[in-house]
Unconditional design. Structure first.
Length: 630
């Protein structure tokens, strides 16, 4: 139920006061084993840092000065301030800020019913995979690709900009189990790259150029599936003419790959009709939308109907959210632009759950300054006293997914899992708090008081899934219905009509992006965390800066030196580690560690720019910095 790609099926037991967990051997994808993060879940569950009583702030934001309160008193305070804010500033001055810290359908969506009923502002979810979503819709009309169980019928899997050995371990092992050849395309020589049969190391932002170069070879050497293209592809001739002018020598110079590597990739990819698993990380850049659109062309050229893996939205969960309770159109606030809207005075009440924006959002100095200088009233519902909770006026203790009923689907596979409680220790679920707030506000609408089981049963019914089967097996597979390309032409669009309507080029464009500072900062997730989750309980983090020896040498930096990493957004101090895995011109910090524990995190440096042509997706990886010895 974490914000995790695999959505493992876990068997849990609580005995003699201790939780134990193991993988469910019956699950076809997660296959009876847990990743290192999952195996340590009992440590997280039993953490002595868990919040047990509501807290009300008594000191400055971030100071950690709170007094304990009763649940009744805390809920009444939240309800009264919520009521006052709506009366004085209007309902759209209230923002509910939530994300996928808990991916259970009920605990993700049910609280939104209250805020829809109140007609408050809602988030526009642009932080994670938005640019890639829009790009894939431009080509296929959907971002939902191949069922990973179909990998058993494939020969080649290309991991493009993803490190699944850390972030999708079950998918990585599934590919190995099925005997697939594995390639990796990435800027950094990751643990996945080191375990792949081939590694294509490219420079930042050149994904689009590499993909277009491969497409050029496929077309000009007649390696593409002509029958499939003729029947199912729109704009092929125009695309052929577009890539015809592209020089492979230019592709080589820009990407850092040899011409022969581009040609070999194309020829072997065509022969093996490869599947491409497209990562989320690299599309969080100013070049990300065009990059995903260019990559998405390749499966179509070799005759794959949906020959990519990116997302797997299998069930309709809208009933849980209850947007039907809203009486007027919703105002959406871009997730990445939270600080800007607070600065403008458009947000006066902020309700946070399932998220830790004071660790995960970019340009942290701006956000923290905006919160300190404003009079926004902040409520956080969480398991721990997170960085966001430290800035809050009221903190409400949450329970964990081991303590409540829910169901969850997956980003990766087509199975829906049942989550049953094994014990109750501390805190209340998101849905419980929602019902308490609705009651304190005097709202009588019955949809705000449905039980978790009622919501789950209704969701299953609306999706033609069996509650009884789910109860017996613990998971059910969502059948895949006949699919078509939901594009204007009804075909795979190499010439995208959607992008033309948005004022963009009909074909993916390669653009060079440069910053005011010489080094490109990449901030991927660390193996033992899920964004900011688990830092406080596992205490297994890597706060070092990874830098190429050549860049270090130019700056007089040696292994183990304390260095300052800085740009116009802020600066941090950490330890330098010299590594050939990181190419020249690039440095790497792992993302979103707790500032309250470490003193900083990488988001003190990351940009809050957005990929405006592709849904205003985040651009974390379009950050430039300089490094010097401290």
């Amino acid at each position: 139920m974490r914000d995790c790609y695999d959505t493992c099926s876990i068997i849990s037991e609580f005995k003699d006061g201790q939780l134990t967990v193991k993988g469910n051997p019956e699950h076809p994808i997660t296959a009876g084993f847990l990743c290192p993060k999952g195996a340590l879940l009992p440590r997280w569950f039993h953490s002595g840092d868990r919040l047990k009583k509501p807290l009300i702030r008594t000191g400055e934001r971030g100071s950690g000065q709170f007094r304990e309160a009763s649940w009744e008193g805390a809920i009444e305070l939240v309800a009264s301030r919520l009521r006052e804010t709506i009366e004085e500033h209007g309902s759209e001055s209230v923002l509910v800020y939530q994300y996928a810290g808990d991916r259970g359908v009920v605990n993700y969506a049910f609280p939104l019913r209250l805020f829809h009923y109140l007609n408050t502002a809602m988030l526009d979810y642009d932080i994670c995979d938005r640019a890639g979503q829009e790009a894939l819709k431009d080509v296929y009309g959907t971002a939902v690709g191949m069922d990973p169980e179909e990998l058993r019928n494939q020969r080649l899997l290309v991991y493009w900009g993803i490190n699944p050995f850390w972030t999708n371990l079950h998918g990585f092992m599934l590919a190995k189990k099925n005997g697939l050849e594995v390639w990796t395309v990435d800027v950094v020589r990751t643990e996945t790259a080191k375990r792949s049969d081939r590694f294509f190391q490219i420079r930042p932002d050149t994904d689009v150029l590499f993909a277009l170069g491969v497409a050029k070879v496929l077309i000009e050497e007649n390696l593409y599936d002509r029958a499939f293209v003729r029947e199912n592809v729109y704009g092929f001739e125009e695309f052929r003419n577009y890539v015809k002018t592209l020089s492979l020598d230019y592709v080589s110079r820009e990407t850092g790959l040899g011409v022969e590597e581009v040609e070999e990739f194309a020829r072997s990819y065509a022969e093996k009709r490869g599947v491409i698993h497209i990562g989320y990380g690299f599309q969080r850049s100013l070049a990300g939308g065009d990059a995903v659109r260019a990559i998405a062309v390749l499966p179509a050229l070799v005759g794959h109907r949906f020959g990519f893996i990116y997302d797997m939205k299998t069930i309709d969960k809208s009933y849980a959210e209850g947007a039907f309770l809203r009486s007027r159109p919703v105002k959406r606030i871009p997730q990445v632009k939270l600080a800007e809207y607070i600065e403008k005075g458009e947000i006066r009440f902020l309700y946070v759950y399932n998220s830790n924006p004071l660790a995960s959002l970019p340009n942290q100095n701006r956000l923290r300054r905006a919160l300190k200088e404003s009079d926004v009233f902040i409520v956080t519902h969480d398991i721990f006293l997170t960085d966001t909770a430290l800035y809050s006026d009221v903190v409400l203790p949450a329970n964990t997914f081991f303590e409540r009923l829910d169901v969850a689907d997956s980003y990766y596979h087509r199975y829906v899992a049942l989550n049953e409680p094994v014990v109750r220790l501390y805190g209340k679920s998101n849905s419980e708090v929602t019902r308490l707030l609705a009651k304190a506000l005097g709202i009588e609408n019955p949809y705000l008081y449905e039980s978790d089981e009622e919501v789950v049963r209704k969701i299953l019914e609306l999706n033609d899934l069996s509650w009884d089967e789910l109860k017996v097996r613990g998971f059910v597979k969502v059948p895949e219905k006949p699919r078509k390309w939901e594009t204007p032409s009804g075909k795979i669009e190499l010439l995208s009509q959607r992008t033309v309507e948005r004022g963009l080029s009909p074909f993916p464009e390669y653009r060079k992006f440069e910053g005011r500072y010489p080094l490109r900062l990449l901030t991927p997730t660390y193996r033992m965390t899920i964004t900011s989750q688990y830092h406080n309980t596992y205490r297994m983090i890597d706060p070092n800066l990874y830098i190429n020896p050549a860049d270090a040498g130019e700056r007089g930096i040696q292994e183990g030196d304390t260095v300052e990493v800085f740009n116009d957004y802020g600066s941090i101090k950490t330890v330098a580690r010299l590594s050939e895995d990181v190419p020249k011109g690039v440095v790497l910090l792992y993302k979103a560690f707790w500032v309250s524990l470490l003193g900083w995190n990488a988001n003190f440096l990351t940009t809050d720019e957005t990929v405006d042509g592709y849904g205003r997706g985040s651009a974390y990886h379009s950050t430039w910095v300089e490094v010097r010895r401290a």
